[in-house]
Design a protein. Sequence first.
Length: 386
Amino acid sequence: MNDFTYAYPTKIYFGKGAAAKHLPAELAKVGKKVMLAYGGGSIKSNGIYDEMMTILKDAGKTVIEFSGIMPNPTYAKVQEGAELARKENVDFILAVGGGSVSDCCKIVASQAVTEEDIWELEFTKHEFPTDAVKLGVVVTASGTGSEQNAGAVITNEDKKIKTGVFGAHADFAILDPQYTMSVPFKQVISGAFDTLSHAMETYFGKPQESFLSDEINEAVMRNTIANIRKLIENPDDLEARSELMWDSAMAENGILKIGKITDFQAHQIEHQLGAYTNCNHGRGLAVIHPVLYRHIYKEGLEKFKRFAVAVWNVSTAGKSDDEIALAGISALEDFIKEAGLPTRFRDMGITYEDVLKPVADSTNITAGCCKQLTREEIFEILQECF
Ligand code: NZQ
Ligand code: ZN
């Protein structure tokens, strides 16, 4: 296990009716002007917008609306939000939505209090913002765990890069599983697979030897898989949605990462694919994971064997080490199909192969879990995914 420091700044209010129960007390701690930030309008059709407005008005707040945050939020949208927050001198940002709204607002909160361009600050000066407008997140679609940390994934359209940008930690997050009932089912599954991906990218990080963080991780992976299966049986299963919402938080609140260096190579590939195709995050990951793992399992044979047995219940009887590891990866792929997720980019509407080379050439290469990839290998993986 590596040395670590762990602190957790975000207060979580989990459960049905959590906003009505807890938001008033949180709002009482902040100033009068609140920026209500949201996406393309789903909160207007499912009643969450009206509920938020009522709570905000009852708390005596002046509401400034920042709407239209798109899935895979852009850096231009971040700048629009920051400009509005500065112009209106807002005291607090309430982000209401999925990972995209939460991500966008984490950077808006930081950009609003500095004249320096955050992108330049982080990627040219290699410095990180230290100040931000206070932020609260109301999660309406779970999976990314974005509300749990200060990292945001932003698409810089000018530079053709989708990558992690460091911004504000939310002071609190409201996780009400009931809010997820109106999320399109395809997105629910895509979000839940994202959670599984976060757990895997952490599990296969360094060190490879398992210890407490990995044992907790195995429980999170098994629970995510089991509850996706329950939702396939009954999409209205609120208990399963609740479990998945907490799995999502657990995968990103740092607990599983304690003592580990995470990998996130599948994410790096998917993010760059997103920069070129604006594809759905969880669905892109579903295609990439099994292909990536078949490329690297030999270098991490022990961990892939453990994954097969502990997560997928693969029987070891009569199998070689390679066969056990590969059976685990096949079980993952079978599960992806069972969940109705794509196994090839074509299945998700990416039919133009010419994007693969530029994606391979611009993907961040991580330190690697058991094997560091070369650009050529990333290109091969992308071609196999196609
Ligand atoms: O825009 P609205 O109208 O809100 O509609 C959204 C959007 O169309 C809809 N939706 C959300 N809640 C809903 C709902 N529809 C009906 N009822 C509700 N209650 O769902 C669609 C997708 O929303 P989005 O926020 O884009 O999805 P998700 O939560 O999967 O977030 C994806 C983004 O998060 C990034 C991804 O790369 C992607 O940009 N990630 C952020 C991470 C982080 N900060 O830690 C980690 C992840 O690895 C990920 O990269
Ligand atoms: Zn993800």
